[in-house]
Write a protein that binds this ligand. Structure first.
Ligand code: PLP
Length: 430
């Protein structure tokens, strides 16, 4: 058994001064039981906690670290930028370069506005869609997570789902009434909603690959169907690519599936590990954003030079080396196939959903195509499995309804070790 004395001590101090001891709920291990380990440093695909335990990391800061921890090129870029000052609140060249790079990589993005988180990006994007269409309601999907903006915390995924409060207190009923929840992978549910709210829908916002109820892959024709419905009904189609952007491919889900959105929200990978979000899209819509247009949105630290430098370094590598995406897919496929085989050998019913570098092992017998399927998972079993993996030195998402993230830094040795750990851990849930 590993020793976690120092983590325990820190957690005891943390809960006194930070709600739940953490600055983002899912980190607290609430849904898997036990207390979190506190991390001291990371390198490549590994990180070490304050007690010196080493883990192969599949959380990767919840997605941003597609190149692994402390990637040398990104780290050097941040150090160099930091030596010239952390922030100016005035325009810089790196913001222009970053905007040009994003527009060159992400289909349909002709203009882009930088913000500081995925939440800010999605909140701004729906305000923009409302300003553009002069309509009020939005359609999202049950189990999809778009950050913690009021409009999205209604049947939301990720930590909201894990903690059993998918709809948060504190969101006014009047706001909640403007958000409609359709069923993921069910076009008919969207069509019905549009018909019932004729002329009122400003936007459809979707995770093009859902990953916040665990990984759920879009069914053939689902995204294209949303595109067609949005076009027919003068609705802004927003792809929330905070998680999928620069991860499924250099151009994200739009490139991967050949479907174009009107607006795209970005986060995670875009900041190279620093806090960055962005929203962008067609020039005609983006020109409504202040100061070129009347839709107000601003940020003291938006386009921060350190964050832009880190993001620019990371995105440049991804653009330069498209082979990365084939390698990521091969690694995750290796894990997914071995997980399926090992679970089957052990007689444990699981569904291993996998696409590109994203994987979720659901503890259920049902194929998982939407939220209703996902919540048939046995979260107690996941908790046992999680702790057994942690004991074997593999850090998985501390919640069932999340994705494992594979990075370029995971080596074959890491993958083999992970499969060996899985074979042992799966016994713990029998
Ligand atoms: N949208 C999606 C699809 C996400 O996965 C997340 C975060 O996990 C967000 C939005 C919110 O991003 P942030 O946590 O940076 O506010």
């Amino acid at each position: 058994m590993m020793t976690t004395t120092k983590s325990e001590e820190l957690f005891a101090r943390a809960v006194e001064k930070i709600p739940g001891g953490v600055n983002s709920p899912v980190r607290a291990f609430k849904s898997v039981g036990g207390n979190p380990v506190f991390i001291e440093r990371g390198e490549n695909a590994h990180f070490w906690d304050v007690d010196g335990n080493e883990y192969i990391d599949y959380v990767m800061s919840w997605g941003p670290l597609i190149l692994g921890h402390a990637h040398h090129e990104v780290t050097l870029a941040i150090q160099e930028a930091a030596s010239r000052g952390a922030s100016y609140g005035a325009p810089t060249k790196i913001e222009v370069k970053m905007a040009e790079l994003i527009c060159s990589m992400v289909p349909s993005v002709e203009m882009v506005r930088m913000v500081n988180s995925g939440t800010e990006a999605t909140m701004s994007a729906i305000r923009l869609a409302r300003a553009y269409t002069k309509k009020k309601k939005i359609i999202k999907f049950e189990g999809c997570y778009h950050g913690h903006g009021d409009s999205f915390l209604i049947k939301a995924g990720s930590g909201a789902l894990t903690l059993g409060v998918p709809s948060s207190p504190g969101v006014p009923d009047e706001t909640a009434a403007l958000t409609l929840n359709a069923v993921y992978n069910d076009l008919a549910s969207v069509e019905k909603m549009i018909a019932e709210n004729s002329g009122d829908i400003a936007a459809i916002i979707v995770e093009p690959v859902a990953a916040n109820m665990g990984v759920v892959v879009p069914a053939e024709g689902f995204l294209k169907g949303l595109r067609d419905l949005a076009t027919q009904h003068n609705v802004v189609l927003i792809f929330d690519e905070v998680l999928t952007g620069f991860r499924l491919s250099a151009g994200g889900a739009q490139e991967r599936f050949g479907v174009r959105a009107d607006l795209v929200t970005m986060g995670k990978v875009i900041g190279g590990g620093l806090p960055v979000g962005a929203y962008g899209g067609k020039r005609e819509i983006m020109q409504l954003v202040a100061p070129s247009g009347p839709m107000y949105q601003a940020g003291t630290l938006s386009g921060n030079p350190l964050a832009m430098t880190a993001g620019f370094a990371a995105l440049s590598i991804l653009k330069r080396k498209p082979i990365i995406y084939e390698q990521l897919e091969a690694k995750a496929k290796f894990l997914a196939e071995n997980f399926r085989e090992a679970a089957s050998d052990a007689g444990v019913a699981v569904q291993v959903n996998h696409i590109d570098s994203l994987i979720t092992v659901f503890f259920t017998e049902n194929p998982v195509l939407n939220y209703a399927d996902a919540i048939t998972s046995d979260t107690e079993k996941y908790g046992k499995f999680f702790h057994a993996m942690l004991n074997e030195g593999v850090y998985l998402p501390p919640a069932q309804f999340e994705a494992m993230f594979v990075s370029t830094a995971h080596t074959q040795k890491d993958l083999d070790k992970t499969v060996d750990a899985f074979k042992k851990a799966i016994q713990a849930v029998k």
